[in-house]
Write a protein that binds this ligand. Structure first.
Ligand code: PLP
Length: 374
């Protein structure tokens, strides 16, 4: 039978109303960038990756895991879950593993948002919250940051009867700022228990500020709280795709309704379980970041940029020039940054802290390029 190929396939209206993810140059992989830029070494400072790479113990565990890929893994990831529980002081029913934090964000929106519900999202913040909420059919309310920080008071005063979920990124990507302990306590105390609060702590292990507190501390007091974490950032396992959520057993059991059985792959499970034990590697990563960030801050200020104080492994920087043009110039040298136009702050750039030689190369290059663009 000959079919009429002109008849278009019709997607569900809810998903067709949302644009698919289209990678920016800043989202490309090292391999893609190497090919595109024709350079021998790419200095990628656009994805907040840990430049030290995974723990050698994680690599060994993942190599070993390769030999068992013919078999299905433990679909609940008990070994990793137990290690997470021991570290956080929670029980197994309070943790759910996911295919990166990204999947956890999607599962949260999927589990709680009915079409037409309101979701509150600060702006600028991590893009997946918008995407996940839009796909769930949410009406999205954006609440602007105040002095580069998530404005919890503004969010509280913007809540309505229709609000179902709030995304908070703490520390916030792309600004690197935290919600202070007392602010978070006040916020949780004043949000109705009918509204789910998703607290994304992707960068928790980089935080140095004494005014920070993890939402894990409040899990047992607030049944509407879900804390999200990932092995992609300080654990340096971005491509292994492992994240998790922490909440009350009831919260986790609701989300489990929409989790696929083998959502986390065996290589990722093995790598994450080994990485969580390698506290020495984590410490080294944290210290390297601390020193690199200090250096970058000093040097960027010397070059006339203003830098938002950061509790993460990246800096949000006002360059005073169009950062997309700046990125184009830097790319000729193999350096990739995150331009601020996507955050509607076109003179800002977000840069991750690289290895010391990467930081030096970036500063050297900016010293040459910035005056030409000013
Ligand atoms: C990188 C990042 C994530 C995504 O992490 P994956 O585990 O790789 O999906 C989630 N939230 C924030 C704020 C991030 O910066």
């Amino acid at each position: 039978m000959v079919r009429d190929t002109r008849i278009p396939v019709q997607g569900r209206s809810q998903i067709m109303a949302v644009n698919p993810f289209v990678p920016d140059i800043a989202d490309l992989s090292h391999v893609q960038l190497k090919e595109l830029l024709g350079v021998s070494r790419v200095v990628k400072l656009s994805m907040n990756e840990n430049p030290l790479g995974p723990s050698p113990k994680a690599i060994a565990a993942m190599e070993k895991a390769l030999r068992s890929l013919n078999c299905y893994s433990d679909c609940e990831g008990h070994e990793l879950k137990e290690k997470i529980c021991a570290r956080l002081g929670v029980t197994g029913e309070q943790v759910i593993l996911s295919n990166g934090a990204d999947e956890m964000i999607f599962l949260a929106a999927h589990a709680f948002v009915e079409p037409g519900d309101e979701v509150m999202i600060p702006f600028p913040t991590f893009g997946s919250y918008f995407w996940a909420s839009a796909l769930a059919g949410a009406r999205i309310l954006q609440v602007p940051l105040k002095d580069f920080c998530i404005d919890t008071r503004s969010i509280l005063s913007a809540l309505t009867e229709k609000t179902r979920l709030i995304f908070l990124c703490n520390p916030n990507n792309p600004t690197g700022t935290i919600v202070q302990r007392r602010e978070l306590e006040y916020f949780l105390e004043h949000v109705s228990e009918k509204i789910v609060v998703v607290l994304d702590e992707a960068y928790v292990d980089y935080v140095m500020s004494q005014d920070y507190v993890s939402g894990v501390k409040f899990i047992n007091s607030y049944p509407n709280l879900l804390v999200i974490r990932t092995f992609s950032k300080i654990h340096s396992l971005a491509s292994a795709r492992v994240g998790y959520g922490v909440g009350t057993p009831e919260m986790i059991s609701v989300i489990n309704h929409c989790r696929l059985p083998f959502n986390v792959n065996y290589i990722g499970l093995a790598g994450a379980a080994a990485s969580i034990d390698d506290t020495e590697h984590l410490h080294r990563s944290r210290m390297l970041n601390y020193e690199g960030k200090k250096y970058l801050e000093q040097q960027l200020k010397r070059l006339g940029c203003s830098v938002v104080p950061s509790d993460t492994n990246f800096l949000f920087v006002d360059t005073g020039v169009d950062s997309r043009l700046l990125m184009e110039q830097l790319m000729k040298k193999g350096i990739v940054i995150r331009p601020g136009d996507g955050y509607k702050m076109p003179t800002y750039m977000r840069i991750s802290v690289g290895l010391p030689e990467d930081c030096h190369f970036l500063i050297e290059s900016l010293e040459e390029i910035l005056p030409l663009l000013r």
